[in-house]
Design a protein around this ligand. Structure first.
Ligand SMILES: [Fe+2]
Ligand SMILES: [Fe+2]
Length: 198
């Protein structure tokens, strides 16, 4: 577990989550596809709302491409299994996290960057847990894919955090980061475990 320890999260996902996912992998896959599509859309909306910052624009173009590529790969798995993508489902965990976003334009940007970093870090942790459990499951051929996603989302967590550090004073970022790290644990622990990303 040495690699996973590099993630900043203050509490681990309960082991029961992996069991729920492996017991209903089709349901998980549909939700996973949905999350990748939402991540691509959210990168584009970040870009649209903050286009006066060239660093935000460049970062979000790359990120949107990567998330869309993740979506395309998960979508191929969905199709291979004869499953059908649904519409948006409510993401309680993300909705709770977003209640921490403050109102002024600057605070809003900082909060959204840090919350995005946290969502990426939690996704990364969960992909890692899955990649570790997959080899001894019926879905063993997907272990390498989820290991790749674990690395990719860990990269995204660092991208969002670095962007925040580039745009805001270090002390302000550090203070808010510590607060939101604790809040993320509350959001994670108040979300019922299910065969879904969150
Ligand atoms: Fe992704
Ligand atoms: Fe990501």
């Amino acid at each position: 577990m040495a690699e996973i320890e590099q993630l900043p999260l203050l509490a681990a996902t309960p082991a029961a989550w992996v069991d729920l996912v492996l017991a209903d992998f089709g349901t998980f896959l549909l939700d996973h596809a949905c999350c990748e599509r939402k991540a691509a859309a959210s990168a584009l909306s970040f870009l649209a709302r903050n286009s006066e910052h060239p660093s935000v624009v460049e970062t979000m173009v790359t990120l949107a491409r990567e998330e869309l590529d993740h979506f395309a790969q998960v979508h191929r798995l969905v199709q291979k299994r004869g499953l059908v993508l649904g519409g948006d489902s409510k993401d309680l965990y993300v909705n709770v996290l977003l209640t921490a976003v403050r109102n002024s334009p600057n605070e809003r940007l900082l909060d959204r960057l840090l919350i995005s970093a946290l969502i990426e870090a939690r996704s990364s942790e969960r992909f890692y847990l899955l990649a570790e459990a997959l080899p001894s499951s019926a879905e063993h051929e997907l272990a390498a894919f989820y290991h790749m996603l674990y690395r990719s989302e860990a990269g995204h967590y660092r991208v969002f955090l670095r962007l925040a550090e580039r745009l805001f004073p270090a002390v302000e970022v550090a203070l808010r980061w510590q607060h939101l790290l604790r809040f993320e644990v509350e959001a994670m622990q108040s979300t019922p475990l299910r065969a879904a990303m969150h």
